[in-house]
Design a binder for this molecule. Structure first.
Ligand code: OAD
Length: 250
């Protein structure tokens, strides 16, 4: 029988200790296009030319044309109903953490306090020379051809993980811990194709978690690890689950 949002609400209530694992699909209704398919960033920009650290080091000015566009969209965005529902779940004591591949900072704005940013944050800059971090601001985007570090004059980049870069070790450790600690893993809006992030649901499942997946279409997880697949928009399904549980959004 097809799982409904009511069944999922019951599972979350009964098992508790849920963790959300999110991707770009949760931010689509915040006005941030996903990476793959349709309006996806990687349909317009070749990631090897615009999102690989070697490409950035070779030509920061070129890569900043894309970073400016992305930064502008992120700074103007606000949390979607799906983000707000996850904020509400934490407030209700039913969500212990959010592990996100997103770099938009919207989970924090929706009230989640234990957010593990696996791919870093576009709301910070980092100097490729000395590692100094700062806020990503309108000024970061206005500076031509690209912003540089006040201290060492090397290029600044958003503090996001580019292809060819390591995942921050603290994010990796904390995400690994949450994958083992959760009793329910809620996968939301990710294509599940970028590793090592994509391993997280496999680790949770191997440790006995019930895996719920919310996506507009099936993914590589759906047949491999998902116990209950809810097809549709995260911004409709997550608020419906929270309503069913009788809690308000954050
Ligand atoms: P993708 O763009 O690969 O996938 C977005 C997923 O969201 C797809 O499976 C869509 O079907 C789904 N989706 C779209 N709209 C949705 C909606 N309203 N509700 C629910 N689901 C929806 O994005 P990610 O999986 O997040 O990494 O991509 C993973 C990583 O690849 C990103 O973190 C980024 C990228 O390269 C780096 O930049 C390192």
């Amino acid at each position: 029988m097809k799982t409904t949002h009511r069944d999922v609400a019951r599972i979350i209530r009964e098992k508790g200790e849920a963790v959300a694992f999110t991707g770009a699909g949760i931010s689509v209704e915040s006005g941030i296009p996903a990476f793959r398919g349709g309006q996806g960033l990687w349909e317009r920009y070749d990631p090897m030319e615009y999102a690989h650290i070697s490409a950035f080091m070779r030509n920061p000015a070129k890569v900043w044309t894309m970073l400016r566009e992305m930064g502008d969209v992120i700074l103007r965005s606000t949390p979607s109903p799906a983000h707000m529902a996850l904020g509400g779940l934490e407030k209700a004591g039913l969500l212990r953490a959010v592990v996100t591949q997103n770099v938009d900072g919207l989970h924090q704005l929706a009230g989640n306090t234990n957010v593990i940013e696996y791919h870093g944050s576009h709301r910070r800059t980092i100097c490729v020379g000395c590692g100094r971090t700062g806020a990503f601001t309108e000024e970061s985007m206005r500076t031509m051809p690209y912003p540089v570090c006040e201290r060492c004059q090397e290029a600044l980049k958003p503090d996001v993980v580019f292809f060819g870069e390591q995942i921050p070790s603290s994010a990796m450790l904390r995400a690994g811990h949450e994958a083992l600690a959760c009793r329910v893993l809620i996968i939301v809006g990710t294509s599940g194709v970028v590793y090592p992030a994509a391993e997280i649901p496999f680790a949770a499942k191997a440790n006995g978690a019930t895996v719920i997946e919310i996506n507009v279409e099936p993914t590589p997880y759906t047949d491999a690890v998902t116990d209950h697949f809810l097809q549709g928009s995260a911004s409709e399904i997550l608020p419906a689950i929270l309503d069913e549980l009788g809690f308000a959004r954050a």
